[in-house]
Design a protein around this ligand. Structure first.
Ligand SMILES: [Zn+2]
Length: 492
């Protein structure tokens, strides 16, 4: 068994595991104290119990050394048993660190194996593995800072860091990288994780990977899945069980983010509401048929020269292009039910643009970003703003969004945003698209009316457009319905 649980922090380094080594999350009926506090199956939201991580009274130095003498019950000792640290054994150092920082020695052993494989290493421990035993104070690829180099320093660094994360969480703050109990956050896999307890938030702060799948979808243990596997194995070998009766109270459940109400504080992008464009050159609804493809946005009707605004504070870039005409891209962060995502919006066919010249510039909410027109390939149509909205997991990805109609790919964030909108806005309000496509998301593009409404943007009451716009009367209720408000005149 020794060495089969390797230390890997990235998918590319992950050792493939047999498929049956991967257990599915099964929170229903999970026994919290099974497997020494790691649960009866792997749950990325709850890696080990807080009481298990903080159980600092178990295992003497002699017991830890005895474990290291045969960690995989195959008669083969860890290389650490041959090491002496100023006359002290590895077990003595681990015991001391556990006491100093209030941590379970089993946590330190598991963490050590995950980071450097030193528990499972046979023969002689390599100097580099000892110098970087916990990867603590060692920026990727550049070695460890001298003051953190060496096994004893690494052990102290890892204990100190873990305790600092625990203290931040106990004070009601997020950890240094933004992890907190009950707060959804994306790992680097990426997977959305909502830590159910402090131990889990600490572990993702240290290693922001779930690690039970590589990019190709194959099983590959690394990151916190590897931690969980190693913990379960070592807890079994040591016969460890979580202490009963002194477990900390369960954390409060995550706050329900205003069910049925707006998910953010966005404003609408026009002062008036004349409905959607409808003319001989095309309908303006999301996914309307267009010359061989489908319409990627919403064509909101307006008078030429009418101002359009930023619904949120962010960064804007603008330009001119043959199809889009005068365009403005606006990128804003938005927190949906505790999860931060980034929206990239496109305004096209503008008569004029008023922000974002020469590079992305900061734009405050409600700033006028341009004026409605019919430039680019909208020449000959009723004037309108073609408006698109796409969500990404990071600011950089959102800034790099080109809104090209040739790119209809999806992304994981779109799946998450759709689920959040469904749960917290669309379903509670019976809000839905009734347009002929019935599609509220296509690839990574969202129906802009549904997204804007759920984010809080409340448009003005519908007015019949004047004859000068030569548009059929197309109120919003032709394309949308809701059970809690009138989509023409009301809002969330
Ligand atoms: Zn359009």
């Amino acid at each position: 068994m020794a060495g089969t649980l390797g230390a890997c922090d990235t998918p590319s380094e992950g050792e493939p595991a047999t498929p049956d080594a991967i257990e599915q999350s099964d929170t229903a009926g999970k026994a919290d104290d099974a497997n020494g506090g790691a649960g009866s199956s792997f749950d990325p939201n709850r890696l080990i119990a807080d009481a298990a991580m903080l159980d600092d009274s178990v295992f003497s130095a002699a017991q830890i050394d005895a474990f290291l003498a045969d960690p995989y019950e195959d008669g083969l000792p860890s290389c650490l048993v041959h090491e002496s640290f100023g006359g002290r054994s590895a077990g003595e150092l681990i015991r001391q660190t556990a006491t100093e920082y209030g941590l379970n020695p089993l946590f330190l052993l598991t963490h050590l194996q995950k980071e450097s494989s030193l528990v499972g290493k046979l023969g002689t421990c390599s100097q580099i593995a000892m110098d970087e035993a916990f990867g603590c104070g060692c920026p990727d690829g550049s070695g460890c800072a001298p003051q953190f180099s060496g096994f004893a320093n690494q052990l102290d660094c890892a204990g100190d860091l873990t305790r600092s994360y625990l203290d931040d969480l106990a004070a009601g703050q997020s950890t240094v990288s933004g992890w907190a109990v009950g707060k959804a956050k994306s790992t680097l896999d990426p997977v959305t994780v909502t830590p159910a307890n402090a131990a889990t938030a600490v572990l993702y702060t240290y290693t922001p990977w779930v690690g039970n799948q590589d990019a190709g979808g194959n099983a590959a243990p690394f990151g916190n899945y590897l931690f969980w596997q190693v913990w379960v194995q070592y807890a079994g070998t040591l016969g460890y069980s979580v202490p009963s009766g002194d477990q900390p109270p369960p954390p409060p459940p995550p706050e329900e983010p205003n069910p049925g109400g707006a998910l953010s504080d966005w404003t609408y992008i026009l002062d008036t509401d004349l409905g959607l464009r409808s003319d001989g050159l095309g309908e303006g609804y999301f996914q309307a048929p267009r010359g061989g493809g489908l319409h990627n946005g919403l064509d909101i009707l307006g008078h030429t020269g009418e101002p359009v605004y930023a619904p949120c504070s962010g960064e804007a870039l603008s330009g001119f292009e043959g199809s889009f005409g005068n365009w403005v891209q606006l990128v804003c962060p938005v927190t949906l039910a505790g999860q931060e995502v980034w929206a990239s919006m496109l305004y096209a066919h503008l008569d004029s643009r008023e922000v974002g010249f020469g590079g992305f510039t900061s734009v405050a909410k409600d700033t006028r970003v341009g004026r409605i027109g019919s430039t680019g390939n909208a020449s000959g149509t009723n004037p309108h703003v073609h408006y698109e909205i796409i969500f990404h997991s990071s600011r950089i990805d959102a800034l790099n969004e080109f809104h090209s109609g040739n790119n209809t790919s999806s992304n994981a964030t779109s799946d998450e945003v759709l689920a959040l909108l469904q749960e917290h806005c669309l379903a509670p309000n019976g809000l839905d698209s009734v347009d002929p496509s019935g599609i509220i998301r296509f690839g990574r593009r969202f129906d802009p009316y549904l997204a804007l409404t759920c984010l809080g943007a409340n448009k003005a009451a519908f007015q019949t457009p004047p004859a000068s716009l030569q548009s059929a009367v197309v109120p919003w209720s032709r394309w949308y319905q809701a059970t809690t408000f009138d989509v023409d005149n009301g809002h969330l």
